[in-house]
Ligand binder design. Structure first.
Ligand SMILES: Cc1cc2nc3c(=O)[nH]c(=O)nc-3n(C[C@H](O)[C@H](O)[C@H](O)COP(=O)(O)OP(=O)(O)OC[C@H]3O[C@@H](n4cnc5c(N)ncnc54)[C@H](O)[C@@H]3O)c2cc1C
Ligand code: SF4
Length: 333
């Protein structure tokens, strides 16, 4: 498979990148590590006229502890650098676990955190060669009017498979986004849209510049669990990130986020409410796992049966809460 023809631009600063992005608008794609974009271009599912490589831009390539206690991670920091960073290990071990679970070491050497959170959504009928796709009618994602995954659907249900997305939402991270002359700070949970085609809230000309993780306090614990068919180099069949804050009385706040199940990560509010009302006990964990099953609503683009996915979610919630309970117990001793 060969890359199609495109214009390649290599700005040397953030300012120049934003100028080029503004000029090119929707015709351009940002390139970081290229481990997702170049594969999609080779498959012919993405055909940007212009590719703007932001890899190595100094303003986007560092990890720093801010004055306000936030940790700021530049969009082009590689997953390998994050996986080995001691500041991240000390403050955000679950996020680091999510980073380490992405693909393989050689892919993480190239891949950036910005590329991971903007990772294109995936579908069995889309992430295929042109020859394979040509055997079927075009779907919504490729310019047609049907969906092969969900018959009769009027929209695309491709899946968000980013491993770090649920972890960032659970940690209440913010995504810094810039376009020429403008900067926005978007809570990670609002960054994603439940739409297989426009799956992030990025506007034309905008790019992610950094991720801001809030200062955790000593009274919080987090977990990330990923389930995939193969242990190495595989996208998740489902994942969960959980974050709990505790005080003398017990759990004072909890966020549970599912990944790789739908077009956007799913925040399990009702399930978290069970723990807020009854605390982290064996009984409440069982009730929370049952609640998660029903909170999922209609499951769509699955690759597996809906029954299996519901069971998987129940298991993920039970495991995440049990591990959180254990971690909180250990920290109290
Ligand atoms: C074999 C294989 C296995 C994989 N397994 C996993 C896995 O287990 N888990 C997982 O999460 N991913 C996986 N991936 C996908 C991919 O490698 C990672 O998600 C990686 O982190 C993408 O980062 P990148 O820098 O290479 O992104 P790129 O390919 O450079 O970009 C990805 C997308 O993000 C956009 N983008 C990049 N940077 C920015 C920015 N700063 N602002 C705005 N848009 C931006 C690009 O335009 C593109 O649409 C796998 C890929 C392969 C080939
Ligand atoms: S979910 Fe449907 S519309 Fe989207 S890529 Fe798959 S087949 Fe196409």
């Amino acid at each position: 498979m060969r890359l199609p023809r495109f214009e390649f631009l290599k700005p040397v600063s953030l300012e120049e990148s934003l100028t080029l992005l503004e000029k090119s608008g929707r015709k351009a794609k940002v390139l970081a590590g290229g481990t997702d974009l170049l594969v999609n271009m080779k498959y012919g599912v993405l055909r940007p006229e212009t590719v703007i490589s932001v890899k190595g831009i100094p303003e986007l390539s560092s990890i720093s502890a801010g004055m306000n206690g936030n940790t700021e991670i530049g969009a082009c920091v590689t997953l390998t650098d994050l996986a080995g960073n001691s500041l991240i290990a000390g403050k955000f071990p679950a996020f680091q676990g999510a980073v380490r679970s992405v693909a393989s070491k050689h892919i993480r050497n190239m891949a950036s955190i910005g590329g991971n959170i903007c990772l294109d959504t995936r579908c069995w009928y889309y992430n295929q060669s042109k020859l394979w796709r040509d055997a079927r009618e075009l779907c919504h994602r490729t310019g047609g009017k049907v969906c092969h995954a969900i018959k009769g659907s009027t929209r695309c249900h491709a899946i968000n498979s980013s491993d770090t997305a649920p972890a960032l939402i659970a940690l209440d991270a913010k995504i810094a986004v810039m376009k020429k002359g403008q900067k926005r700070l978007i809570p990670a949970k609002e960054f994603y849209r439940d739409d297989g085609i426009r799956h992030t809230s990025l506007e034309p000309g905008e790019m992610v510049t950094s991720i801001q993780l809030p200062e955790g306090n000593g009274n919080s614990q987090s977990i990330f669990i990923k389930v995939s068919t193969r242990k190495g180099i595989d996208f998740a069949t489902g994942s969960i990130a959980a974050h709990a804050t505790v005080n003398d009385k017990g759990v004072s706040g909890i966020r549970l986020v599912l990944g790789s199940i739908s077009s956007a990560p799913i925040l399990l509010d009702k399930t978290s409410q069970v723990i807020m009302e009854s605390g982290l006990t064996e009984k409440s964990i069982e009730k929370a796992a049952e609640t998660a099953r029903s909170e999922l609503g209609t499951l769509t683009n699955l690759f597996t049966s809906a029954g299996y996915k519901r069971h998987l979610v129940e298991v993920l919630v039970r495991r995440a809460l049990s591990e959180l309970k254990e971690k909180i117990g250990r920290a109290r001793k």
